[in-house]
Design a protein around this ligand. Structure first.
Ligand code: GLN
Ligand code: ZN
Length: 765
C-alpha cells in the first residue's frame, strides 16, 4: 500500500542571513568574480535541498532557486529576450540576464510587477515579435544537479503555460492562439526530456487558475494540458494551484494530469466542500496545501488533523501529498535565529523550516498514528493558547470599540462641498497650490545618524537634535523654493510602516525575518501579533516643530491603516477587517493629537490600498468596503476646516475613481507622471469633485524635469479638471532621490506653476 507523501512547493532563496542577496550585490558591484559567485549560489542551492531532506520532505522541489526571479528564468529559458538587449541567440549570458532584470547603460530594465496578491515582484515577459526557442532545459539541469551531487530525486518546478502567457505582455487577444502555438512546443520538449531522464514528477504551477476565468479560457486550458500530457505520457504532472480556490473544480480535476494541488488555507472552505461533495478522481494524487505559506504563524495541528480526517473519507491517505499552501518564498527562512522576541511570540511563529517540520509531523501522524507525534501536537496547542491568552491579545477596550463602530464615527459631519468652502476660507491658498508627498532625501548622513542612535552611540537627545536640524534646514529650503504647503521631511523614519509599528502596541519585529520583494531587495515586515493600541503621539513633535518655524501650513504625515495592514504579517485568529479597524482607531487618535497641536492639514498615505484587492473579482467589494471604512474611521473626527489629504502610488484608475472618492479625503495626490494620458482619459469619463494632485514629474528617475515639460503636463490635466481642484506635486515621496536633483526639480515645478497660474488668472480677467 502506498503511503502519504510530504512535499514542498518552493523554498526561500535568500538564505538564513541573506547570503543570496550579498552574493548578488557583490557580484553586481564587481567585488565577486563570476566563478566564485556561481560557486556561492550552488552551495546555497544544495544546502537548501539538504535542509529540506533533513526536515523529512519526500518531494523536494528543484528549479525553484533562481538568481533573480523564476518568471525571468522562464523567459530566458524560452529565449524571450527583448531586442534592446542585443541578444543574438543561444544560451543567455548572465550579463544579458541581469540587464533584463536591472537595465544597463543602453537599455531599460524589463517591467516588474506584483506576483498575484503577494509582495513578490516578477519580471514581466515581453512577447512581441518573438520567436521563442528553448535555450536550455533549466528544470532538467536542476534535477541532474540534485541527483548527481546529493542523490536527491527532486521534483522540477516550472510556471505553467497558462499562467506564464497570461502574465506576459506584448500581444493582443486575437494573437493569443498564435502565442500558445509558439510556446507549447517548448513546454512539450521540456517535459519530454524530463520523461526521458526518468523524472517521476514535475510540478507545474498555475496560480492564474484561481482568478476569475471565462468559459473560453477553460477550453484553452484543456487544450494546453491535453497536449502536455500527450507529449510525455509517462511523466507525472502535479498541476499546482495556489492563493485561492479554483472555481471550476470539476473541469480542473478532469484534466489529463496525475496530481492536482489545491490551497486549503486560502481557498479552504471552497476546496474542502468541492472534494467532499464532488469527490476526487481515483486515479489522481491530491496535493493538500495545509500549512500557510503566506503567513508566519505556527499551524494548529489538531485542526489540520481534523481536516485531513475529513479528506481521507473521500481520498485515501496513499493518494495524499501534504504540502504548504504555496511556495515558502513568501515567508522568512527560520525562527531558530530569532533571539529578541518575547517567548510567547517566538513560540507561536513558524517560518519556512518550521513549516516543513509541521508537514513532516503531519505525514508521520498519518503513517504511524497521531500518538507517535503527540508531543508536537501538544506543543502546537500550548504555543497557540499562550499567545491567545497574552494580555496583548486581550485588550478588552479595543475589542469593544471595534465591535461597535457607530456610523457617525466614519463620516465627516459636513459633506465635501460645504467643507470645501470653509477650508478655502481657512487656508486661502493660491490657485494650483504646490506641495510635496512627504519625504525628502534620506542621505547617507541621515542613515548613519539613525544607525548611531540604534546602536546606542548616540543618546536620544543627540539624535533628536540632529533630526530637528534636518527639519529646520528643509523648512528653509522649502520656503526658498516657494512651495505653498510644507512638510517636515520624514527624516526620523526608516520605513513608512515600521516607523508606526514600532510606536504602536501589538507589533513585533524580527531580527532576520526577511522575505524577497524583488531581485535582491528583501523586506522585513512587522508582525501584528496583538491588539493594535495607540500608546502615545507618534508624529506630533516633528510636525509641530516644523510648523513652529514657518507661517506656511505644514502638512502632517501618517501611513494609513490599510497600508500598515497590507505590508505586515497579520495575526490570523481574528479577521483582517478587525485588525484594520484596530489600526484605524489608533491612527484616529494620532490624527486628533496632530489637530490639537495645530497641524490641520494631515496626509494619510494609502499606497497599498489597491494591492490588497482579492484575486477574485467577486471578493473585491467586501474588501473595499472595510478598507474604505477604515480610512474614514482614521480620518473623519476632525473639524470641518481641517484638511485631510491622502496619497496613492498607482496609475490604474479607471476602475478605482469611485473608491477614491468614497475615502472622502479633501485632497488626493496620485502617481501619474508616467501614464498621464491614461489618467486624463479616466477623468474625462468620470467626474471627480475633490482636490487632486496629479504628480507632475517622475521621482523614480534622477532626471531633472524642465519647466516647459511640467507646464505641458499641467495643461493636459487642466483640459479635463477644474483648476480650482488641482494641486501641484511630484508623483511620490523624495526619500530615494539626491538633494542635487530634488531642489532644482522642485524649483522647476514651482516655476512652471507660476507660469500656468498667471495664464489662468489672465484668462479670467
Ligand atoms: N509620505 C510618503 C513619502 O513621501 C509616501 C510614500 C508612498 O506612498 N510610497 O515617502
Ligand atoms: Zn507614492
Amino acid at each position: 500500500m502506498s503511503q502519504v507523501v510530504s512535499s514542498n512547493l518552493g523554498y526561500p532563496r535568500i538564505g538564513e542571513h541573506r547570503e543570496w542577496k550579498k552574493a548578488l550585490e557583490d557580484f553586481w558591484a564587481g567585488h565577486l568574480e563570476e566563478e566564485l559567485f556561481l560557486q556561492k549560489m550552488e552551495s546555497l542551492r544544495l544546502e537548501h535541498l539538504q535542509k529540506q531532506k533533513a526536515l523529512g520532505i519526500d518531494r523536494i522541489p528543484v528549479n525553484d532557486f533562481t538568481f533573480y526571479d523564476h518568471m525571468l528564468d522562464m523567459s530566458v529559458m524560452f529565449g524571450l529576450v527583448p531586442k534592446r538587449y542585443g541578444y543574438t541567440g543561444g544560451p543567455v549570458s548572465l550579463e544579458t540576464y541581469f540587464s533584463m532584470a536591472r537595465g544597463n547603460s543602453t537599455a531599460v530594465a524589463s517591467e516588474m510587477t506584483k506576483w498575484f496578491n503577494t509582495n513578490y515582484h516578477y519580471i514581466v515577459p515581453e512577447l512581441h515579435d518573438m520567436q521563442p526557442k528553448l535555450t536550455e532545459n533549466r528544470p532538467l539541469k536542476a534535477y541532474r544537479e540534485a541527483k548527481e551531487k546529493l542523490g536527491i530525486s527532486g521534483k522540477p518546478v516550472i510556471v505553467g503555460p497558462y499562467t506564464f502567457i497570461t502574465l506576459s505582455k506584448g500581444y493582443s487577444r486575437k494573437e493569443l492562439p498564435a502565442v500558445i502555438l509558439r510556446l507549447l512546443p517548448l513546454y512539450e520538449q521540456i517535459l519530454r526530456e524530463l520523461q526521458q531522464e526518468g523524472v517521476e514528477w514535475v510540478q507545474i504551477d498555475e496560480p492564474a487558475f484561481v482568478t476569475t476565468l471565462a468559459e473560453e479560457e477553460l477550453e484553452t486550458i484543456k487544450y494546453l494540458y491535453t497536449r502536455l500530457h500527450e507529449a510525455a505520457p509517462q511523466l507525472n504532472i502535479m498541476l499546482q494551484t495556489y492563493f485561492d480556490a479554483v472555481d471550476w473544480y470539476d473541469e480542473l480535476v478532469a484534466l489529463p494530469v496525475q496530481g492536482i494541488g489545491l490551497d486549503f488555507v486560502h481557498g479552504r472552505e471552497q476546496n474542502a466542500a468541492h472534494v467532499k461533495t464532488h469527490g476526487f478522481p481515483a486515479d489522481k494524487v491530491l496535493g493538500l496545501g495545509l500549512v500557510d505559506g503566506r503567513n508566519v504563524w505556527r499551524s494548529d495541528l489538531a485542526e489540520i488533523w481534523q481536516l485531513i480526517q475529513d479528506i481521507t473519507r473521500t481520498v485515501d491517505a496513499g493518494r495524499l501529498w501534504l504540502q504548504p499552501s504555496c511556495s515558502l518564498l513568501h515567508v522568512p527562512v527560520t525562527v531558530s535565529n530569532e533571539h529578541g522576541l518575547k517567548d510567547e511570540i517566538r513560540q507561536a511563529l513558524a517560518f519556512a523550516d518550521e513549516k516543513l517540520t509541521e508537514i513532516s509531523t503531519l505525514a508521520q501522524a498519518l503513517r504511524h498514528g497521531k500518538d507517535s507525534v503527540a508531543q508536537a501536537f501538544a506543543d502546537s496547542e500550548a504555543a497557540i493558547a499562550a499567545l491567545c491568552q497574552s494580555p496583548e491579545r486581550n485588550r478588552t477596550a479595543i475589542h469593544q470599540a471595534v465591535s461597535a463602530i457607530p456610523s457617525q464615527m466614519t463620516a465627516r459631519p459636513l459633506a465635501y462641498e460645504e467643507r470645501r468652502a470653509k477650508q478655502q476660507q481657512r487656508w486661502s491658498l493660491p490657485l494650483l497650490p504646490t506641495t510635496t508627498i512627504g519625504s525628502f532625501p534620506q542621505t547617507p548622513g541621515i542613515r548613519q545618524a539613525r544607525l548611531k542612535y540604534k546602536k546606542g552611540d548616540w543618546t536620544p537627545e543627540q539624535y533628536n537634535i540632529f533630526i530637528r536640524e534636518q527639519i529646520a534646514k528643509w523648512v528653509d529650503i522649502q520656503e526658498e523654493i516657494g512651495l505653498d504647503v510644507l512638510v517636515h521631511g520624514e527624516f526620523e523614519r526608516t520605513d513608512m510602516v515600521e516607523f508606526f509599528g514600532e510606536k504602536l502596541g501589538g507589533f513585533a519585529f524580527t531580527q532576520l525575518g526577511w522575505v524577497q520583494s524583488y531581485g535582491s531587495r528583501c523586506v522585513k515586515p512587522p508582525i501584528i501579533y496583538g491588539d493594535v493600541a495607540f500608546l502615545e503621539p507618534m508624529t506630533v513633535a516633528e510636525s509641530a516643530y516644523a510648523q513652529s518655524l514657518t507661517d506656511k501650513p505644514v502638512k502632517g504625515m501618517l501611513t494609513g491603516p490599510v497600508t500598515i495592514l497590507n505590508w505586515s504579517f497579520v495575526r490570523d485568529d481574528i479577521s483582517r477587517e478587525q485588525v484594520c479597524y484596530q489600526i484605524a482607531l489608533a491612527l484616529r487618535k494620532e490624527v486628533e493629537a496632530l489637530e490639537a497641536a495645530g497641524i490641520q492639514m494631515i496626509q494619510v498615505d494609502e499606497p497599498a490600498l489597491r494591492e490588497g484587492l482579492p484575486l477574485k473579482k467577486a471578493d473585491w467589494q467586501g474588501y473595499l468596503d472595510w478598507a474604505v471604512e477604515s480610512f474614514r474611521l482614521a480620518t473623519s473626527s476632525v473639524q470641518d476646516t481641517t484638511q485631510i489629504h491622502t496619497h496613492m502610488c498607482y496609475c490604474e484608475f479607471h476602475d478605482f475613481i469611485d473608491v477614491i472618492s468614497k475615502l472622502d479625503a479633501d485632497v488626493i495626490s496620485i502617481e501619474t507622471s508616467r501614464s498621464h494620458g491614461e489618467l486624463v482619459e479616466a477623468f474625462e469619463a468620470e467626474t471627480y469633485d475633490k482636490g487632486i494632485g496629479l504628480g507632475v514629474y517622475d521621482i523614480h528617475s534622477p532626471r531633472i524635469p524642465a519647466v516647459e515639460e511640467i507646464v505641458q503636463i499641467m495643461e493636459q490635466s487642466l483640459a479635463v479638471l477644474d483648476p480650482g481642484q488641482f494641486w501641484i506635486n511630484p508623483d511620490c515621496g523624495l526619500k530615494t532621490r539626491g538633494i542635487e536633483e530634488t531642489i532644482p526639480s522642485l524649483k522647476n515645478m514651482v516655476e512652471a506653476t507660476h507660469i500656468v497660474r498667471n495664464r489662468l488668472l489672465q484668462n479670467d480677467v
